[in-house]
Design a protein. Sequence first.
Length: 467
Amino acid sequence: MAPTASRPRPSSWRAALAVILGAILWAAAPAAALAAPAVPAGSPAMAARVKGEFLHAWTNYRRWAWGHDELRPLSRTPRDWYGQSLMMTPVDALDTLVLMGLDRQADADRELIARRLDFDKDIYVKTFEVTIRLMGGLLSGYELTGDKRLLAKARDLGARLLPAFDSPTGLPYAYVDLRTGATRGAATNPAETGTLILEFGSLSKLTGDPVYYAKAKRALAETFARRSKIGLVGLGLDVETGAWTDPDSSIGGGDDSYYEYLWKCWRLFGDPDCLAMWRATIPAVNRYLADDIAGRLWYGHADMTSGRRAATQYGALDAFFPGLLALSGDLDRAGRLQDSSLRMWNLHGIEPEAIDYKAMRIVSPGYELRPEIVESTFYLSHFTGDPKYQAMGRTLFDDFVKYDRTRYGYAALKSVVTKEKRDAMESFVFAETFKYFYLLFDPSALDFDAVTFNTEAHPLRRAWAHP
Ligand code: DMJ
């Protein structure tokens, strides 16, 4: 997708005509017809602010940590996850730089990656994280820029990760050594076993080698096959025995993107098996995990076998779910749950990692600069066209800047109560948090219908079908 292939901005007379026609249709149309997506106009001033803040973080990353995985935004020192850099921030940030039209910075970043990113390292890496951040970022970077060096890197990485799937069940080990292919970490969860198909599948389609799609799809299907009789998955899974080690079921961390990839695998590849798995899963999620407390919709935890409520906990990671509900067509639940996410955010002016939604009190007080609530605001704005979501995004962004901005970037919070900062700025801030803010306020920057975002917000398209 070339960034230039973006939606044209409607001229003012066309916009006026659309409003008049909309009003006529509103009066005449049946309720179902009103659900059609209406892309909001956005806010150029807010988009410019977001871009300015993104540049503040990026410029400091460049100055103090160039080539390293991350910048520590309080001490202005670099951090590498595994002692050696895999360029998490440069790869995660590349497509955001392109979408924001920061061409000079994007070119410099792309050269850094193409020339210096080297996967031939004797280190155990997390299969899931490296796939969603690095493979996802390299693939979307390739699709946006046409730079074949990025595709070659993605392929090299994919080949090095393949041994992860060599378990007795086909479920991937949590860690694989990039040089030797040795594996470790039999203990894993559905998010880690089931969030690989978008990246590995795209790699197969782009290279013509079916092995990647096949391995990742098997891992997804093996996860699904282990659902309980009532259709839920748990939280802990052993890749060697295939047995559950933790029966807790939720939409939160450890399960979250497993659901996401069931739907998105269908959306990106049109794979009917993925649609069937989604259809066999989402009713159970809505039945056993959804929770109505005083007229408000939340999603809590339940035992995967009995469906009994295990905890009334919801958090920053769960806040992706309104976006997924909206993308899959359930705007009613999506809107209600998003209102609850905003309530969680407003408890202390910025969201904590987790709350007990029944008592409305904090369970885990940190804020990691997570994107999920912004992501859902973006999807809801796209699908409803309701200006309320632009206003919501403005509130979120104002708070984000107010509490997280530092002299050298953006910092996580130790506690949303005290607002004390932590010396950490994860690469997903560049890949996701700023990107979803930007696209919320400038929807014309990308053709939404042409792409499917991986769980790290890297837009993937059917590039193999329409090169
Ligand atoms: C990101 O790496 C991805 O969005 C993942 O699916 C969940 N956690 C972080 C952001 O919070």
